[in-house]
Design a protein around this ligand. Structure first.
Ligand code: SF4
Length: 291
């Protein structure tokens, strides 16, 4: 049986079996779900294609029922095309796609929870933009999706991927770590590079609160997807440059669990703290209550 419980396990299995990490994760999936390698790959490809469809189906005119979400992805597209983009073409597109998927979620369109609905924009933003820019074969993108899945599974087992139990570090933080690892792989990083990209991304998000306004997955969630996606690129780039995390990747995940446990309940999706109790948030709540 191929079973992994940690980042170290993933690296060791990859070395022992002399298989790329994504194939180890696929083998584990095949065993756990009793499917063939082809069936497993087809399922993962379908998920990636669904992310692509969400991006293609973005409707710039949609506004969420609360009025807080809608149109930001289109604004970013227009700005990116204006010649005033501060971040370079790839990062500009990453930000745009993250906003689009986050808004699509708020407007009840179909998305892939990766790992959650609130953080659904991070991985597609990083991956779809990379595919577009580098004319990648779709199958290579699917390989990177396995890396994200393996990293996400380890985080879920050892810490959390739910804002309600670990704060937003568990949602946008995990998504960012998953995307960073996948991106490092896509750009030719070895196992060490992949797991250090993951560690950087997660470290950069430690302590992030979950404080959604009116309990809706809109504010601050949508724009955090954009920040989480850019953080993934920063983290992958640092790892690819040969920079290494002083804290071992599994220890970063352990830290996230401990920090999540220590966060007060008001900062874990209860809407009772942080941004959710600001004057601006109260005004939105009054408007919604008056309906
Ligand atoms: S703030 Fe909370 S609801 Fe919003 S993305 Fe983060 S964890 Fe999810």
């Amino acid at each position: 049986m191929i079973i992994y419980h940690s980042i170290n396990d993933l690296v060791s299995l990859s070395e022992q079996l002399k298989l790329p990490m994504w194939q180890v994760i696929r083998k584990a999936d095949c065993e756990a779900r009793q499917v063939s390698e082809e069936e497993s790959f087809a399922t993962m490809k379908k998920m990636y294609q669904t992310m692509k469809q969400t991006d293609a189906d973005y409707d710039k005119n949609l506004v969420s029922p609360s009025g807080m979400a809608g149109g930001a992805g289109e604004k970013m597209r227009v700005f990116n095309a204006s010649g005033r983009n501060l971040a370079g073409e790839y990062l500009g597109l990453v930000m745009e796609k993250a906003l689009k998927t986050g808004e699509s979620n708020a407007c009840m369109k179909r998305i892939v929870a990766a790992p959650t609905a609130g953080s659904c924009g991070v991985i597609p933003a990083v991956f779809l933009s990379f595919e577009e820019f580098n004319h990648m074969l779709e199958d290579r993108m699917v390989e990177a999706m396995y890396i994200t899945a393996g990293i996400g599974a380890v985080i879920a087992e050892n810490a959390s991927i739910a804002g309600a139990s670990g704060g937003c570090q568990a949602e946008i933080g995990s998504a960012s770590a998953m995307a960073a690892a996948g991106l490092a792989y896509l750009q030719g990083g070895d196992n060490e590079c992949i797991v250090h990209a993951m560690a950087f991304a997660l470290k950069n998000m430690l302590g992030l609160t979950c404080d959604p306004v009116c309990g809706l997955v809109e504010v601050p969630c949508i724009k955090r997807n954009s920040a989480g996606a850019v953080n993934a690129v920063t983290s992958a780039q640092m790892a690819l440059a040969g920079i290494r995390s002083a804290i071992a990747p599994d220890e970063v995940i352990d830290s996230m669990r401990r920090i999540g446990n220590e966060l007060p309940a008001c900062l874990k999706e209860t809407g009772m703290g942080g941004l959710a109790v600001t004057e601006s948030a109260m005004k939105v709540k009054e408007k919604l209550d008056a309906r």
